[in-house]
Design a protein around this ligand. Structure first.
Ligand code: SAM
Length: 246
């Protein structure tokens, strides 16, 4: 994080990661250092400020700039049926197998961003006739993302009130909080851990593995894999998909 630690000649000391974490209200130390450095560089350019000290001062006084920075560091984008082949796998192979065992499946979109991942999953569960009996939870680090998810209004789609009433949304930090209570039949945690430092990422994967019900399934993003699934008590059943044996 070179720039964060380097004064830029205006005589003011640079703001370090700890100060930026505090003003942004984000655990910057949990993210990969190169990712944070990149997001700081982008913020300096986008906000037209010269130093990290100025950036910190801006984030302190301007809630909109603070939100922009938080959303940028946390990489808050998603999409309806993002990576469609993963939803194909869910609809045609993973969920039919899971639904044979779980009558009231508990599904959790961990790091749900604007909620479109959970809404996509809800549509698939509906197609399989399982939505009525499912419990749906979406969690994210950023409350501002959850506000979008709860509203369910997007450029591409508007979620009906009936569907909206089926999902719960909660703020949850995958790095620092214990998993939400109970065991989960399906956890989707896609494109979240890729931005985390190795230590935080390993801890997240460990906690997600323990949160699975017997026979439960963890789906990671299409560029992600578990280094040693067996060490977490899991077995790989598809690319990026791991099951806790019964
Ligand atoms: C790139 S989005 C992924 C959204 C969705 N899972 C998908 O793949 O379309 C990453 C999300 O992870 C969230 N996130 C980052 N760190 C997190 C943490 N420690 N705990 C919970 N969510 C986190 C971010 O706020 C962001 O909404």
């Amino acid at each position: 994080m070179e720039r964060a630690a380097t004064p830029r000649g205006d005589g003011r000391p640079a703001a370090g990661p700890a100060e930026l974490s505090a003003v942004a209200g984000l655990p910057l130390e949990a993210f990969r250092a190169e990712h944070v450095a990149d997001r700081i560089e982008r913020a300096l350019a986008a906000e037209d400020v010269a130093t990290t000290a100025e950036l910190a001062a801006l984030l302190r006084r301007d809630p909109r700039a603070r939100e922009r920075f938080r959303r940028s560091v946390a990489v808050s984008h998603s999409g309806l049926f993002r990576d469609p082949e993963q939803f194909e796998a869910l609809e045609h192979r993973v969920l039919p197998r899971l639904l044979e065992r779980a009558e009231r499946p508990r599904v959790w979109s961990a790091g749900c961003a604007n909620g479109l991942e959970l809404w996509s999953l809800a549509i698939v569960l509906g197609r399989l006739g399982a939505l009525e009996h499912s419990q749906l939870l979406g969690t994210d680090l950023l409350e501002e993302n959850l506000a979008v998810a709860r509203a369910g209004v997007y450029d591409v789609v508007e979620i009906t009130p009936a569907l909206r009433s089926r999902a719960r949304w909660a703020r949850h930090d995958l790095v620092n909080d214990p998993p939400p209570a109970g065991r989960w039949d399906l956890i989707m945690c896609r494109n979240v851990a890729i931005y985390l430092c190795p230590h935080a990422k390993a801890g997240v994967h460990r906690r997600l593995a323990t949160a699975l019900a017997p026979g439960g399934v963890l789906m990671l993003g299409r560029s992600e894999r578990l280094g040693d699934p067996a060490a977490l008590g899991l077995q790989r059943i598809e690319r990026h998909v791991y099951e806790r044996p019964r």
